[in-house]
Every structure is written in C-alpha cells, then in structure tokens.
Design a protein around this ligand. Structure first.
Ligand code: C5P
Length: 416
C-alpha cells in the first residue's frame, strides 16, 4: 500500500465500537499503537487477546491504552459477570483482527471456536476486517491462501498484508499494515448515511451477447467493483438496485439485484428503474456490439471461415444522462493508454457529472482483481471545467466506500 486514502475518508470514528482481536505474532506490538490511534479518532476499543498474543505483549498494555478490561479467556466467570462473550459480540460495530496469524485465519475458515476470540468471531454479526501478518512462506502456502479465499467469500474484508522486510529476516508479503493505514481503512469502512431516502441504480459485470443458443460474446469483467459500490451505497443508506450481468458474486445484503444477460436486457432493466432515482452509476462493461441476428440453432462447423455481423448496442449511460429527469450520472472509463484524456472525452460526450478513470494496463489492478485505483474527474459547478481527485490503489470494497462518499457529497452539493 503506497499511499493512504485520507482524502475522502470520513476520518472520524466518533462513538464507533471496535472490537480488536490480537493474535500471536511479533506484529502484536503494533496493535497497542493501533488501539491508541483508533481511540484518537473517537472510537471505543475493547481488546481480546489469544494465548499466543499474550506471549508477545501483556494484557496490561492493552488495558492501559484502551482504557477497558482485556478479554483473554472464554471461561472466565469474572468476565461473564461483566461483559460476557455474547454481549461483547453484540456490542461491536466492527471487529478488527490485527495481526491475524495463519492459525487464527485457519480456525476462522474452519469455524472453530476454542477460545474467546474465535468464539466471538462466530457469535458476532458485525462486519469483520482481518489484517494478516505472518512469515511470507506461511502466507503463500496454499492452505493459508485457501483459508483467506474462504473468508473472502463470507464477506470478510482483508487488509493487506504489506510486502517487505520481515522480522524473521525474509522479504515478501506478510507484514502487518502500519497502524495509521489500518485506522484509515477502518474509518473508510464507516460511510456516513448521507444517501438515506435516495435511490441509486448501479450496473455491474459483463454483458453476454448471444451468437446462437450455446455461444456468446463477452468480456473479462468480474463485477467486483460494481458489487462493492452497491455494498457501499447500502452502507450510505441508499435504496440500491444493482443491474448485473452474469457474475459469480453473492448479492450484498440490502441490495435488490436484477440479473440480466445482454446489453439490451441491461438497457431495458435500467430504464425501468431510473425514473425515481437520484444517482446512476454505470460500472458494467457493456459490450459495444451485438450480433445483427442470433442463430436459432447451434452454428455448425461446416466451413473454414465464419463471418459474424455485429451492430452497435445502445449506450445505457448516455441514454440515462440524456433524459430530462436525469439522475446524477457517474461513468467508468477503463483504459490502457492516455487514461485521463479518454476519460475526459467520455465525460463530455456522455454529458456525465463524474467519471472514474482506471488504468487497466497496470498488473494487480482493475479487471478481475481485488484492488483498484481510480482518478475521478468531476464537472465543476459552473459546468464547463473539470476537477480531478486521485484515489490510490486499495481494496475495491474500501475504494467503493471512498467513491460513494465522494459521489454523495458532489450530489448533495448540487441537489441539497
Ligand atoms: O464508451 P465506453 O464503453 O468506454 O464507456 C464506458 C462507460 O459507459 C461505463 O461507465 C459503462 O458502464 C458505460 N456504457 C454503457 N453502455 C454502453 C457502453 C458503455 O452504459 N453500451
């Protein structure tokens, strides 16, 4: 993580209740600083330590910095009499496990509950953020990677790890992110409910343009960015409709998903929903062309060459933005060169309020990846000029929250 996303994160954690799980690893010493920084932002922090963590740092340290008793044992009559494990699980607005060892990650993936922390993980409904820290070989091990993938499918948000020199003398991914980076990510997670009562329509994923009953033309869009935006829009309080091409992602809680295949179906679904919407985000990778005619039967391999005639698809975003009752319109421009120039010409051509430009030629970012970086181009209030804001590389789910905060503040500055 090169830079911090401090520009649009809501910054304050005032009144937020953070349950910090600390597990065994040399990075546990950084969690004392993390606790202090979370408190500086106004959060109330309660710390739960595993047995391994207590080999590195004492509970007294965390009690002193958090100002609260530290949870260590599941079967502790004194703790159960005060704040027992179920109350603690219900108390949390967010659970952050930092550092998360390979062991706790494996236990979470398996659903084990053999100590206070792993029991809380099962007992809480709060969002879960996990910051892995371990030797780079342990991180790279297929077992750890499979466990992390399992946690991701359950909605756990992974923070890092960073890459670099390790305490064991090796170099590679497995370092705990710095306390300030973790605080910025936790802050970004709590988007203000600025879109309460507003409807937002988001397109996501690829479209499939049928060739015959068994074949289609499509692209590599995974839908991750659009789904992350829908999750963030719900967090901001919006009534959220996600018009989605075919992807293998779970529907974020609170989102109404309309599943479509072709661009024509996506176009029709969006137009049916857009009438009473405040904001439209076109995040889908819509096929520019479709087959002029779809074969009724499977096309047979009867000749060496096959010509397919393609015709242009409707531009969903341009059509929405041309409506007299147009919502606030946001587009995406995935480009491989002259990223900002192409994005700005799309902003003007499609008469958008905002466009998110991303360079899909950078490895590890964009299509199919978990991370993305965008530069947002916004029309100024006067309409003629364009402002820019860069949101650095980060997990798409955090980037989406930063983007929704930015979209909400631009929308509200114009529409109140
Ligand atoms: O023109 P281009 O496809 O590069 O524009 C990208 C932006 O326009 C994206 O926001 C995409 O979702 C939207 N778009 C659309 N309908 C199309 C093509 C693109 O809504 N047919």
């Amino acid at each position: 993580m090169a830079e911090l996303c401090t520009t649009v994160s809501p910054a304050s954690l005032q009144g937020k209740r953070i349950l910090l799980g600390v597990t065994g690893g040399i990075a546990a010493y950084k969690s004392a600083e993390l606790t202090r920084r979370l408190k500086d932002e106004g959060a109330e922090v309660r710390v739960v330590m595993t047995k391994g963590a207590r080999e590195f740092v004492t509970p007294l340290t965390f009690q002193a910095v958090s100002g609260n008793p530290v949870g260590t044992d599941l079967l502790d009559p004194a703790a159960e009499a005060a704040m027992g494990h179920i109350e603690l699980a219900r108390w949390a607005d967010l659970v952050l496990i930092a550092p998360a060892s390979a062991d706790v990650i494996a236990k979470m993936a398996a659903g084990l509950a053999d100590d206070l922390l792993t029991t809380l993980v099962l007992a809480t409904a709060a969002p879960m953020l996990v910051a892995p820290a371990m030797n780079q070989q342990m991180y790279a091990h297929p077992a750890t990677q499979a466990n992390l993938a399992t946690l991701k499918t359950r909605g756990v948000l992974l923070l890092g790890p960073a890459s670099g020199n390790q305490a064991c003398g090796e170099v590679g991914p497995g370092r705990l992110l710095e306390p300030l980076e973790l605080v910025a990510m936790v802050s970004a997670y709590f988007v203000p409910k600025s879109l309460l009562g507003k409807k937002i329509v988001i397109t996501a994923g690829p479209t499939r343009e049928p060739i015959d009953p068994v074949r289609y033309l499509s692209n590599h869009s995974s839908g991750k960015m659009g789904y992350a935006l829908a999750e963030a829009a719900v967090a901001a309080g919006a009534e959220t409709v996600l018009v989605s091409g075919q992807v293998s992602l779970p529907v974020p809680p609170g989102v109404r998903r309309l599943s479509v295949e072709s661009a024509a179906e996506m176009h029709a679904a969006v137009l049916a929903e857009i009438g009473n919407s405040a904001i439209f985000i076109g995040c889908a990778a819509v096929a520019d062309y479709r087959l002029a005619s779809v074969a009724a039967q499977k096309i047979k391999k009867t000749s060496d060459e096959l010509e397919l005639k393609l015709i242009k698809n409707p531009d969903i975003l341009a059509d929405v933005s041309a409506r007299p009752d147009r919502p606030f319109c946001v587009g995406f421009a995935a480009e491989t060169e002259q990223v900002l120039t192409h994005a700005e010409s799309k902003l003007q051509r499609k008469k958008l309020d905002m466009i998110c430009a991303n360079d899909v030629s950078q490895s590890g970012l964009g299509f199919g990846c978990d991370d993305n970086a965008v530069t947002v181009l916004m029309r100024t209030d006067a309409g003629a000029g364009v402002r820019q804001q860069a949101l650095p590389a980060q997990n798409k789910r955090l980037l989406a929250r930063a983007l929704i905060s930015l979209i909400a503040s631009e929308y509200l500055s114009r529409h109140g």
